[in-house]
Ligand binder design. Structure first.
Ligand SMILES: NC(=O)c1ccc[n+]([C@@H]2O[C@H](COP(=O)([O-])OP(=O)(O)OC[C@H]3O[C@@H](n4cnc5c(N)ncnc54)[C@H](OP(=O)(O)O)[C@@H]3O)[C@@H](O)[C@H]2O)c1
Length: 259
């Protein structure tokens, strides 16, 4: 039995992803304190156990807010849980291990919001008691909602700044481009359609064309052409340097929040 503690955005999306990936719905339980949320989950996932209190399990995912993490971990340890995968942003392995005690292996993950649509990017880091078995388990669980990579815990601040906060940066770029399209004379609906499909197509090319973003950019930038005219403005305004500063600021903030 896999227990998911917290049936909110992340917990709910994870269980839907696991069921879609072929996990037996009856082999998953969701513990959720909120009664109205429990009834929504029960109707969405009729064959999955939705419970108010955590139940014994072979492994548990902690998908509650960080402020509720200590209570959740302590209750899992009391239930004899042997491995725990934490999705809580900014909660360090040392804290997880102190709440879980020496008999529970902990894996810490940093997922991102596109997990909600099955296209997440998660990085996982092993605690001192977690080995290959627990990491492979964590990869299998998070693999149901996207890609998973292994890192060491100190890298998680940079991961948080890049893929954790990254959707926010890309939404910001999309907003800016949509507004620019409107300023250039298009309706908001048309501008939005053009920008969103351009994001999707560009992302698929970067993933599927087997070329770096730099090579792909070179291919669409003919000398003295329109793309070059636009890119020169972005270069002159220091957009690349701004991204470097943005990621550094987010990583520093992640370090502070987890400290
Ligand atoms: N959403 C994201 O994109 C994202 C990205 C990276 C990391 N994360 C991490 O994922 C975790 C969950 O985020 P979320 O967006 O899914 O939050 P959320 O929607 O607030 O979900 C948490 C749910 O867990 C419930 N809960 C709290 N304590 C519980 C307990 N002891 N037992 C059972 N259920 C409990 C909460 O109920 P109440 O509301 O009644 O307290 C709430 O319904 C957070 O730690 C966050 O840092 C999220």
């Amino acid at each position: 039995m896999l227990l998911v503690m917290g049936g909110g955005n992340m917990g709910g999306a994870l269980v839907r992803g696991l069921v879609a990936a072929g996990w037996e719905p009856g082999s998953i339980a969701i513990a959720e304190v909120d009664e109205s949320r429990r009834s929504v989950l029960s109707s969405q996932l009729p064959a999955t156990q939705v419970v108010a209190e955590p139940v014994p399990s072979g492994g548990a995912v902690v998908a509650v807010k960080p402020a509720q993490g200590e209570a959740a971990c302590r209750s899992l340890a009391r239930l004899g849980t042997t491995k725990v995968l934490s999705l809580m942003a900014g909660v360090r392995l040392a804290s997880l291990e102190s709440w879980l005690g020496p008999d529970v292996a902990a894996v810490r993950a940093m997922p991102n919001t596109p997990a909600l649509v099955g296209a997440g990017m998660s990085a996982i880091a092993a605690g001192s008691g977690a080995g290959e078995e627990e990491l492979a388990w964590a990869e299998e669980v998070l693999g149901a909602v996207g890609k998973v990579v292994r890192v060491s815990e100190p890298s998680l601040d940079a991961v948080t700044a890049l893929s954790g906060s990254g959707p926010g940066y890309l939404f910001y770029v999309a907003e800016a481009m949509i507004e620019a399209g409107v300023a250039a004379g298009l309706s908001e609906a048309l501008s939005s359609e053009l920008v969103l499909q351009t994001f999707l197509g560009s992302a698929r090319m970067m993933l599927e064309a087997g070329e770096t973003p730099q090579v792909l950019r070179g291919r669409v930038t003919s000398p003295a052409g329109t793309t070059q005219a636009g890119l020169e403005v972005l270069e002159n305004r220091g957009v690349q340097a701004a991204f470097a500063d943005a990621v550094a600021a987010a990583a520093a903030r992640s370090h502070e929040l987890g400290g």
